[in-house]
Design a protein around this ligand. Structure first.
Ligand SMILES: [Zn+2]
Length: 307
């Protein structure tokens, strides 16, 4: 993401007088310009490492369309790359004096990303709020509808409190994912309250907990995850540390129904494989069987085969 350049006043030898680093992310730039202690652990760890490696006051903003690294992340055919001057030489202004370099004014609300994430954590620690919002869960019989409605409500609250002025008609992927994450936290808070409370206090969970054998822990976003036996395998984070979800939850039933449709009325084993890429649902096999059993399409298909 960051595009490293030699400064124009470098000596030209292997020893550099100055290094200038560029990023096209308006969100990351304020993170890099402030002290890591200002941010949450996740952001602080990463910005501290970048500061340690490159230095702190060397970061500038480059517009995405003038970022040479952009084509590397987007992908480009080799014949096009040969003639793509920006990749080989950088943007034109970089060969001129510093007065020609673009100047980016920082957004006024530079830490809005951080505050949003803090807000997200706070919404689940209040039992009353958790119970109130839980009523919303049972109003919908579709996972997508539940998440979309939640996203619109969150957007409305953000607008009213002037934290966000997003005027798009449709729900973005990040809004959708944030709502899914919020519901996961709410469901975990309701079904695993004791375990979540203990882990938040950095204490061990009770030995009589049904989650003990899963070695549960809270991730950076406060989501309860288990340590998989495949934690040393070459898998992604979600597969090594799946999110724990309870049985007998309306949210889980909606999730299973969605996965069943997305796998084109897939078998129990297929559904289990898809689920285990991200989740560990307690009693998953039984719940999946129930889901398939009550599916009208699968019922008709079974009847047709029996003839
Ligand atoms: Zn089906």
């Amino acid at each position: 993401m960051a595009d490293l350049q030699e400064d124009s006043c470098s000596s030209g030898s292997t020893t550099y007088k100055q290094v200038q680093a560029w990023t096209d992310s308006e969100i990351v730039l304020p993170w890099l310009r402030a002290h890591p202690s200002k941010w949450t652990t996740f952001v602080a760890n990463r910005t501290a490492e970048i500061h340690h490696t490159l230095g702190k006051n060397i970061w500038r903003h480059v517009p995405s369309k003038e970022n040479p690294a952009d084509c590397a992340s987007r992908g480009m055919h080799a014949p096009d790359l040969i003639n793509f001057k920006m990749w080989w030489n950088g943007p034109e202004w970089l060969q001129k004096s510093e007065s020609h370099w673009p100047i980016k004014t920082l957004l006024q609300d530079t830490d809005s990303e951080i505050r949003k994430s803090t807000l997200c954590h706070n919404t689940i620690i209040n039992d009353k709020e958790c119970n109130e919002i839980h009523e919303l869960e049972t109003r919908y019989s579709s996972f997508t509808k539940l998440i979309n409605v939640t996203s619109y409500i969150k957007r409305f609250i953000a607008k009213v409190t002037k934290r966000n002025l997003n005027c798009n008609t449709f729900i973005s992927v990040s809004e959708f994912n944030a709502s899914v994450e919020m519901w996961i936290q709410i469901v975990q808070h309701k079904h695993f309250l004791q375990e979540v409370t203990q882990l938040r206090k950095k204490k061990l969970i009770h030995t009589n907990s049904r989650l003990t054998r899963l070695n549960p822990f809270l991730d950076q976003n406060g989501i309860l995850r288990m340590v998989s036996r495949l934690r040393h395998a070459d898998l992604n984070y979600n597969e090594k540390f799946p999110i724990i979800l309870p049985d007998r939850s309306h949210f889980v039933r909606l999730l299973l129904e969605k996965i069943h449709r997305e796998t084109l009325h897939g078998s129990a084993q297929l559904m289990l494989n898809v689920i285990n890429r991200k989740f560990w649902i307690i009693g998953a096999r039984n719940q999946i069987r129930q889901q398939i059993h009550k599916c009208i399409t699968c019922y008709r298909q079974r009847a047709a085969v029996q003839k």
